[in-house]
Design a protein around this ligand. Structure first.
Ligand code: NAI
Length: 350
């Protein structure tokens, strides 16, 4: 089995190689090629010697990309992430490609990071850090709010949302939640409300729902108008949940007292790479970065040793499932088996 890994950073190589070396030697052999560039319409045609591709959040797998891959012999797409909004699944089905994701890699990692953003934004530790290094020990401008007794709105109560809610409850907050599919896991932690009732009641709102047609710009001018004056918003889910122009307006009006984004609508062109020598062409992102009460990080909520280990191990398990024709629990299409030509298997040194 020949696996081509795209958008491979040094940490991806380290964790995937470690999981690969730790595999049972009697399982089907895999040769791995790492590409540091992303997979998209321009790079897809370079994939001429792979049975499977392994991709991440900002690789683009539209129908035309999948068609090129399929015609070049690729039989499977392995996502190193949970979200699959970047893959045209109906096109993959039509082309007979196997597609599998890593549905859960340390939901606590993302939830804990969202909590870190809440407290950084609220207690302004990002500003304190810079001030103190300049020898400025003044407190003016660093006033925060005690979390105990505050209200927190959780939008989306899957694995990450529930974990986040549990931690915030531990701070002594009252938890309100919105999810069209309520979860019994929230019992004893919080109360479900319709979104339009949750927003005016919440001092902090944190987004944990997937990006879909129904959730695109779930935070927009209309829903921002429903939020409590002085509320803070955190998004660690997907950038497309937030209408950037609308949050900029709400920040300028001082309706929104703080915004923390680990994900951004236009992140595909920037995140995961060093652009420190360039100017930022995205005017909305550049505007956001001028606000002292806006905190932006580059899609790193998942980034813990535990999560990277699980991503690497689960990706290789998914590959083995589809290679051997075993039912793959993480399949996003009707289960497929990769039919590998015997001559494509690497020679094994005994
Ligand atoms: P999950 O699938 O366990 O939960 C998602 C929840 O959203 C479900 O309970 C679902 O019913 C709910 N939902 C669906 N439609 C909704 C709507 N219209 N409004 C509100 N809720 C709705 O997913 P999980 O593991 O909790 O992940 C949540 C999101 O976090 C993912 O979709 C992904 O986009 C994001 N994520 C971000 C990471 C990062 O590093 N920043 C890492 C991993 C995931």
């Amino acid at each position: 089995m020949r696996l081509a890994v795209f958008s491979a950073k040094p940490y991806d190589k380290a964790f995937i190689s470690a999981a690969h070396s730790a595999r049972d030697p009697s399982s089907s052999p895999v040769t791995i090629t790492y590409h540091d560039f992303s997979l998209d319409a321009l790079t897809a045609s370079l994939v001429t010697d792979a049975d499977a591709v392994c991709v991440f959040v900002n690789d683009t797998l539209t129908a035309d990309v999948l068609e090129i891959l399929s015609s070049n012999g690729v039989r499977a797409v392995l996502l190193r992430c949970a979200g699959f909004n970047n893959v045209d699944l109906p096109a993959a089905e039509r082309l007979g490609l196997a597609v599998a994701n890593v549905p859960s890699y340390s939901p606590e990692a993302v939830a804990e990071y969202a909590v870190a953003l809440v407290q950084t934004l609220n207690r302004k530790t990002h500003r304190a850090y810079n001030r103190v290094r300049e020898g400025n020990f003044a407190l003016q401008g660093l006033l925060g709010r005690t979390l105990a007794g505050k209200t927190v709105g959780v939008v989306g109560t899957g694995r990450i949302g529930v974990s986040f809610a549990r931690i915030m409850k531990g701070f002594g907050c009252t938890i309100y939640a919105y999810d069209p599919y309520p979860s019994p896991a929230l019992e004893g932690i919080g109360e479900y409300l319709p979104l339009e009732e949750l927003l005016p009641k919440s001092d902090f709102v944190s987004l944990h729902c997937p990006l879909m047609d129904q959730t695109h710009h779930i935070i927009n001018a209309k829903t921002l108008a429903l939020m409590r004056p002085g509320a803070m918003l955190v998004n660690t889910s997907r950038g497309g949940l937030v209408d950037t122009g609308a949050v900029i307006a709400a920040l300028k009006e001082k309706k929104l007292a703080g915004l923390a984004l680990d994900v951004y609508e236009g992140e595909g062109k920037l995140f995961y790479d060093d652009h420190s020598g360039d100017f930022i062409e995205d005017d909305e992102l550049a505007r956001l970065m001028t606000f002292p009460n806006v905190l932006i990080s580059g899609h790193q909520a998942f980034f813990t040793e535990e999560a990277l280990t699980e991503i690497a191990e689960c990706t290789l398990r998914n590959l083995e499932d589809v290679t051997l024709g075993r039912p793959c629990p993480n399949s996003l299409v009707k289960d497929r088996k990769i039919l590998v030509r015997r001559d494509s298997l690497p020679v094994r040194n005994v």
